[in-house]
Design a protein around this ligand. Structure first.
Ligand code: 475
Length: 841
């Protein structure tokens, strides 16, 4: 059925097409219209929630107008598109970002003020879109912002979880998880009830030869679940390009419950069917850097991958091109191994549904996909049990076996007789039960594999994927160092700093070309500039101090050194090293004379982050931090010299308050474990220094900003293996200062020491896998250097200015351009200036 309006009627359409507002009056008109009609309220019945809803709807209308135009433009141009498949998109709030990206925040501010509201209060009404755990999900969100800002035709595909990452409450020092139901009111999504895909599970495979003698496989039986599309507009910064993030929501095939069953009296089972289907997109798995191999997770993965590929293939088929052109039109990036089934699904579509030969299909598949690895931690590498696979996706398992057979045959040809090699690289692990190794499948089915920082990309080539470098050659493996969007992480989070930079570099151009920050170098010793710079940092610290007071009741001195570690709680990230260091500082202060205490730089140690609900050691670390805070914060000997804060429920919107307020932040993972880290980049970009190990992107940050401007410490990645070996097979004596810290914990100084036995024991008795003791001395020494350096504020400020000036490399725009050139082979689609963008500078 032809859905497009016939030529003669199109003039009427053009005449009445929605025009995005650009003036304050038009914005106010839209807000009032939405309050009065969409929300059915009035000026006598309009609270901040309603004002937030109306303002968002006004901006949503605006975005969707540009979204429509962008999609039309991209369809007509018919150039290559990128599809970014990610099980996580940690977007945070949308309103502030939309206002800034379309350049209308000041207009909205004045408009809202005329209508009786403060814009900050309105922005704060929004619930975060928290469809992610941490770094991997936030990276996907930064990438969407960059792809739109750079005018790439690009879509994100994900799952529309009903519950995002849980909300964290701290009760008596313990983490308690509360469900995050965020869809109560979400103006940013457009349900597409006409875009529904059937997704099949279970069943069996029937094989036969057709009349022409061709082998045919039919996957039949089982059950069908429906995937409905929800679209979220992604506005680029200062460009009309508005891309799409399409999230799938699951429903039972019968729509509601099965009326057959219902009428025949089997009400309960009909409701159960429906609930089972809806369970698929119900909840985000809350594990960061951990694979638990649960069947529902595999169901989520296939549900999302099948719906997305059906959608992508349907769009391609409309162009009537030959299948061989598929990779010229489409690049699909796999955000970690979570979407690896897409490789198998595309091969299945091509051979089973479209009748292509295996080889022809496989060439298309491998030229389409790229795979990004985000972790080397063994417990995070995905494996699925073969029996589970066999039951849920029987045809896919067969195809995986065929992929593996052809792959192993090619390895055998290249390395004849090397049976060990075959065992090591097989996609099927010969364990009990057998397991499908998803990373190996992703490598074999992609044309490029990348790590996310130089050290990490080197490590995957020399450790977990070493054999594959031999097999495919080194060119298949590359590095794209992560980046962050300066729009959210500078302009939005730190408006005053952004304004100061704009005033010195000739406008907001630096937000599109972050290397322009270089121009700040000439102000590194400028008295006036340094004063303004320092004032902004202080104001950001005051803002955080107020937030700390209002949420924890603890008063902190904004003049103290703010030392921040916010990220998921994980042993490899070593929040335990930080809190042991804090306890060491506490001991030191207690042992000082009043005169000595006067010379010490006051410090506030701030922690934040969620522990996976089943990760006991991480929860123990949170408990210890809170208990240390309870003791230290009320010790009169200590006063302002040390405060220990745990901020509840760390998330993207809180990060926007926290990040601009650091003096130092901690990125102290055991060398070789943190693939990149991205908050390290955010903190430096906001004028904070960092204390860190030689790990992930810390190394490239050092290269860019200079080693005088960073506090590095600890053992190197190359030495980790030997140290671990010595712990287990040689002698293992703990650092004497760490022993004192443990003694204090064991004296019940922070509550019943039994609660922390597993934590101290992992270091004392179980090999100290994360090298806490090995790095402790160097950590404490470096913290002393931080204290000393902070006393010289003039030099400190200069260091922070120079650092910011040199951070251009870490824009996610640079990152996306690298993907586009090295992996996707796509070009931006230029836009005319026809659209009504705001002209705010
Ligand atoms: C790295 N999550 C950061 C960031 O590249 C890096 C894995 C398996 C199952 C569930 N979650 C995961 C990750 O691996 C992850 O978040 N990795 C992170 O990716 C972006 O900056 O160093 O830890």
């Amino acid at each position: 059925v032809e859905a497009s309006i016939p030529e003669p009627q199109r003039d009427a359409w053009k005449k009445f097409q929605a025009k995005p507002f650009v003036s304050k009056d038009d914005f106010e008109k839209e807000v009032v219209r939405h309050v009065e009609t969409t929300l059915a309220r009035s000026m006598f019945n309009c609270d901040e929630t309603a004002a937030y809803a109306a303002a968002s709807l006004a901006f949503r209308d605006r975005l969707i107008t540009e979204w429509n135009r962008t999609q039309q433009r991209q369809t007509f141009a018919d150039t290559k598109r990128v599809y970014y498949l990610s099980l996580e998109f940690l977007m945070g709030r949308a309103l502030d970002n939309a206002m800034l990206n379309v350049g209308l925040k000041n207009i909205a501010k004045e408009g809202l003020s005329e209508l009786g509201f403060r814009i900050e209060d309105i922005i704060n009404q929004e619930h975060d879109a928290a469809l992610g755990n941490g770094g991997l999900g936030r990276l996907a969100a930064c990438f969407l912002d960059s792809m739109a800002s750079l005018n790439f035709p690009a879509w994100g595909y994900g799952l529309r979880y009903k519950y995002g990452i849980f909300k964290q409450e701290i009760v008596d020092g313990y983490q308690v998880e509360v469900p995050d139901y965020w869809l109560d009111f979400n103006p940013w999504e457009f349900p597409r009830h006409d875009i529904v895909v059937d997704v099949q599970f279970y069943g069996g495979v029937r094989k036969y030869q057709d009349e022409a003698g061709k082998n045919v496989a039919v996957w039949e039986g089982g059950e069908i679940v429906k995937a409905t599309a929800y679209d979220v507009p992604i506005p680029g910064f200062n460009t009309p390009t508005t891309n799409n993030m399409r999230l799938w929501s699951s429903k039972a095939a019968s729509g509601e419950f099965d009326f057959q069953k219902f009428n025949s009296g089997d009400y309960e089972s009909s409701v159960a069917d429906q609930q089972r289907a809806e369970t698929i997109s119900a909840v985000l798995y809350p594990n960061d850097n951990l694979d638990r191999g649960k069947e529902l997770r595999l169901k989520q993965q296939y549900f999302w991958v099948a719906a997305s590929l059906y959608d992508i293939v349907r769009r391609f088929k409309k162009s009537k091109r030959a299948w061989s052109e598929f990779p010229d039109q489409i690049a699909i990036q796999l955000n970690d191994t979570h979407p690896t089934l897409a490789i198998v699904e595309l091969q299945r579509i091509l051979i089973d549904m479209e009748g292509l030969d295996w080889d022809e299909a496989w060439t298309i598949v491998t030229n389409t996909f790229g795979y990004t690895n985000h972790t080397v931690l063994p417990e995070a590498l995905e494996k699925w049990s073969v029996p589970l696979f066999q039951n849920l996706l029987p045809r896919h398992l067969q195809i995986i076996y065929d992929i593996n057979m052809f792959f192993l045959q090619s390895v055998e040809r290249k390395f004849p007789g090397d049976r060990d090699m075959l065992g090591r690289v097989s996609i099927i692990e010969e364990s009990q039960p057998k397991m499908v190794r998803m990373a190996f499948l992703a490598i074999v089915g992609s044309h490029k594999v990348n790590g996310v920082a130089e050290l990490h990309s080197d490590l995957i080539k020399t450790t977990i994927f070493k054999d594959f470098v031999k097999i495919f050659g080194p060119d298949k493996f590359t590095n794209v160092t992560n980046g962050i969007t300066p729009r959210r992480w500078l302009h939005q989070a730190n408006p005053r700093l952004s304004e100061l930079i704009a005033s010195k570099t000739g406008g907001l151009g630096f937000l599109k070309d972050l290397n322009v920050l270089n121009e700040l170098e000439k102000f590194a010793d400028d008295k006036e500039f340094k004063k303004e710079w320092a004032e902004i940092k202080y104001a950001n610290k005051v803002r955080l101090a107020k937030y700390i007071k209002s949420t924890t009741g603890v008063t902190v001195n904004p003049a103290a050194l703010f030392d921040i570690q916010v990220k998921r709680i994980h042993e490899y990230k070593r929040q335990q090293l930080n809190i042991f260091g804090v306890i060491h500082r506490y001991l030191t202060i207690k042992a000082m004379t009043p005169e000595e205490r006067k010379k010490l730089a006051p410090r506030v140690s701030i922690f934040g982050g969620k522990a996976a609900p089943g990760y006991w050691m991480a929860k123990t670390i949170i408990h210890l931090i809170n208990n240390v805070g309870a003791v230290v914060n009320k010790d009169p000997d200590v006063g302002d010299l040390l405060k220990v804060i745990f901020l509840e429920d760390y998330n993207v919107s809180k990060a926007e308050i926290i990040t601009p307020a650091s003096d130092v932040s901690e990125h102290i993972s055991t060398a070789g474990t943190e693939a990149s880290g991205t908050s390290n980049m955010k903190f430096v970009l906001n004028g904070g220094l960092i204390i860190g190990t030689c790990d992930g992107a810390n190394i490239e940050i050092t290269r860019e900003i200079g080693e005088n401007n960073i506090f590095l410490f600890g053992n190197l990645a190359e030495d980790v293996e030997d140290l671990r070996h010595t712990h287990n097979y040689g002698s293992h004596t703990l650092d004497p200062d760490l022993v004192k810290v443990f003694d204090l914990i064991k004296s019940n100084a922070f509550g019943d020491a039994g609660a922390f036995g597993a934590l101290t024991g992992s270091i004392e008795d179980h090999g100290d896998y994360y090298l806490v003791s090995d790095d402790f001395h160097s950590y404490i020494q470096t913290q002393t250097l931080v204290d000393e350096a902070y006393k010289n504020q003039e030099e400190w400020i200069t260091k922070t200015i120079l650092s910011v000036a040199r951070m251009g490399f870490f824009s996610s725009d640079r990152c996306i351009n690298e993907y586009a050139e090295m992996i996707w082979n796509v070009e931006p689609l230029p836009v005319g200036k026809e659209s009504g963008l705001g002209k705010e500078e």
